[in-house]
Design a protein. Structure first.
Length: 297
């Protein structure tokens, strides 16, 4: 499962009538000078022996390891998710937004989200399950049918918002090296952040974070190609990429996760702007179970 949005229904919008979404934003705070010092602290045990506490994490990998242990320590979690994406061409717009509540269990690993997609002023309910590596998606009211497929299927994956999977994503960013993940300390939190400035997509497409952003663009780009857009990776500009994973500085639990990206796509001497913004907020421990509804298998 991966954290992605990509659910705006933009197909069928004539390019001449076209398109918009909100521009990606967000900035960084001050670089951390290191986590709160635990270093060589010791505590007395009942038998008067002394036990050394773990050293305070300093690198992105060390913070991510602590975060994974903290999240695995509970049976499940609840998150609030908000997202939007859109296109703009010469002031004409097409946009969609999404809100949902996501419940995610650790063992067995399963996910259930209920939310609403809003496009052209109309709302449509959406429900998603992931159980045993299989995704189940229903868009519409009680009479709507379920679509089923492996989570490796892009059509299913683009419907799944799993904030805990941000840990795996940031681990891949950290392994890419070259300071790909910055550690920032602010307001009792530790922020792990990745930022990429304006570059041609072809120049940065192999970076893990950019690969993710390009996947998010792909469904909309496929629709634009049907409308006559021919720009390739050498012409498309990654305008901005900003992804931030926020951990509580004491517990190392995930507090929030934010993903923003924007692209500029040339078309007949003009520019189509695509943007996406997804934010996931931790709402606390979920101690229930997740099971498929009756009749769904």
């Amino acid at each position: 499962m991966r954290a992605c949005f990509g659910r705006a229904a933009l197909a069928g919008v004539p390019l001449c009538v076209v398109l918009v979404g909100c521009s990606a934003g967000g900035g960084a705070g001050e670089s951390a000078k290191g986590a709160d010092s635990v270093d060589s602290a010791v505590r007395a045990t009942p038998d008067a022996k002394r036990e050394r506490l773990p050293a305070a994490p300093r690198t992105p990998g060390e913070f991510l390891e602590r975060a994974r242990k903290a999240m695995d320590a509970e049976g499940g979690w609840t998150f609030a998710v908000k997202g939007n994406e859109g296109l703009v061409l010469q002031g004409q717009t097409s946009a969609a937004s999404y809100t949902s509540t996501v419940r995610r269990t650790q063992d067995p690993e399963a996910l259930h989200s209920t939310g609403t997609i809003v496009s052209k002023g109309a709302g449509k309910p959406e429900e998603v399950f992931v159980v045993g590596g299989v995704g189940y998606v229903k868009e519409g009211g009680a009479g709507a049918g379920w679509k089923k497929g492996p989570v490796s299927d892009p059509d299913i994956a683009n419907k799944v918002e799993d904030p805990v999977d941000a840990l795996e994503a940031f681990e891949s960013y950290a392994k890419a090296g070259e300071g790909a993940v910055e550690v920032v300390k602010a307001d009792g939190n530790v922020r792990l952040q990745v930022q990429v400035g304006s570059r041609r997509l072809a120049e940065v497409k192999n970076r893990p974070a950019v690969e993710k952003a390009a996947r998010e663009l792909e469904p909309t780009l496929a629709q634009l190609r049907k409308a006559g857009v021919t720009a390739g990776e050498e012409q498309i500009l990654l305008n901005r990429l900003d992804e931030v994973l926020v951990l509580d500085a004491k517990t190392f639990r995930i507090t929030s996760h934010r993903f923003e990206c924007s692209f500029l796509i040339p078309y007949q001497g003009r520019t189509i702007a695509y943007s996406q913004n997804v934010r996931e907020e931790n709402r606390g421990v979920f101690d229930g179970g997740i099971r498929l509804p009756a009749g769904v298998s």
